[in-house]
Write a protein that binds this ligand. Structure first.
Ligand code: FAD
Length: 318
């Protein structure tokens, strides 16, 4: 079923969903099942699986020269989606990115997903590679998420890259997109960020999943601004509990999000990571409760493989 159909069916009730990361190469599906098994009693109708593009590493050879090697540390998104759907009978939402994909690669991935009966995709651009100052699209690939949305629309209409295919099978993907209550870091200002988000919705985005945030007011303001601009699709809040002290610096650096004073002060006072985790869990519980009271369509938790923490939060909210 499509993610948006779950929201319609829920008729105002707040659903729960989770995001999982593929295990590091060499790991097994057990890592995913060990994360999800304890969470399935909360009946998530869909589970997101992130996508991680290949990275380049430089290995020093005997000659002293460096050899550039491509590695994918977390492969397996499509296979994991299939395994999740098979084991739990819920829908899986693969994240699709522009980075590292030609349009041909994307089309082939969409064909595989359609054959596996995956009906939802979250369309993203992806980030710049570590050694690149800015996002560089693959040669023959997409520059922005909106271009990827156009391609999904094309295949939904039976239009394949090879123009000679007539009466091509039509897919029916529901399209999710990313939204940023605190603005995407490359956007020149919040209004332009919203304008680009609206363009993605006008191009065929069916719903928005937000970047994590720690101040619910930022989400409420974001939703108000989206509505004022004519964005009327469901806006799903993405939630991540803080569990380690270093995240006080790493999360703002990596995700360009602010933390409220009250949270920061409490975390600074915490003696150790065990205390930090308790504060982070309690904060996320309070965030979740308020969002649920305000009738958000879904609480979407970034699990990061830590089912025990997410379980404690969801148990306290439901
Ligand atoms: P876009 O919508 O393409 O926007 C990128 C930037 O370009 C923005 O600053 C936007 O304002 C600007 N822009 C858009 N259109 C134009 C235009 N026409 N002209 C000029 N500027 C424009 N990354 C992964 O690699 N794998 C994942 O699995 C993954 N999952 C994610 C899940 C969620 C819920 C979120 C919020 C993010 C996720 N990301 C993931 C990170 C995401 O790829 C990055 O945030 C990326 O930098 C932007 O992706 P986007 O889809 O928002 O890009």
């Amino acid at each position: 079923m499509k993610v948006t159909e779950y929201f319609e069916k829920a008729a105002g009730k707040t659903l729960i969903s989770f995001e999982v990361l593929p295990p590091l190469k060499g790991g097994s599906m057990e890592a995913i099942f060990n994360t999800l098994d304890p969470l399935m009693e909360f009946k998530p109708p869909f589970i997101d699986v992130t996508y991680h593009r290949q990275e380049f590493v430089y290995n020093k050879r005997e000659s002293g020269y460096y050899e550039k090697t491509a590695i994918r540390k977390r492969p397996g998104t499509v296979g994991i989606c299939a395994a999740i759907m098979h084991r739990y009978g819920v829908d899986a939402v693969p994240h699709l990115i522009c980075g590292g994909f030609t349009t041909e690669d994307t089309e082939n991935a969409l064909i595989d997903l359609n054959f596996l009966n995956v009906q939802n995709v979250l369309c993203l651009r992806g980030d710049a590679q570590k050694f690149e100052g800015k996002f560089i699209p693959e040669r023959g690939g997409h520059k922005y998420a909106i271009d990827l949305i156009h391609q999904v629309n094309d295949i939904n209409n039976g239009n394949y890259l090879d123009g000679t295919i007539v009466d091509g099978a039509k897919t029916d993907f529901c399209i999710g997109i990313a939204g940023y209550p605190e603005k995407h870091f490359e956007s020149p200002n919040p209004m332009m960020d919203l304008e680009f988000t609206k363009q993605k919705i006008d191009a065929g985005g069916d719903y928005i999943v937000t970047q994590m945030f720690f101040d619910n007011q930022k989400y409420f303001d974001y939703v108000d601004k989206c509505r004022a601009m004519g964005i009327h699709v469901p806006i799903v809040p993405g939630l991540k509990p803080i569990t380690k002290k270093y995240q006080l610096n790493s999360l703002p650096r990596l995700f360009f999000v602010d933390m409220p004073d009250a949270l920061v002060k409490d975390l600074m006072k915490a003696k150790d990571n065990a205390a930090v985790k308790e504060i982070g869990i309690e904060w996320c519980i309070q965030q979740s409760k308020e969002l649920k009271e305000r009738g958000v369509p879904c609480l979407h938790y970034y699990t990061m493989g830590d089912s025990e923490t997410i379980r404690r939060i969801v148990e306290a909210v439901y």
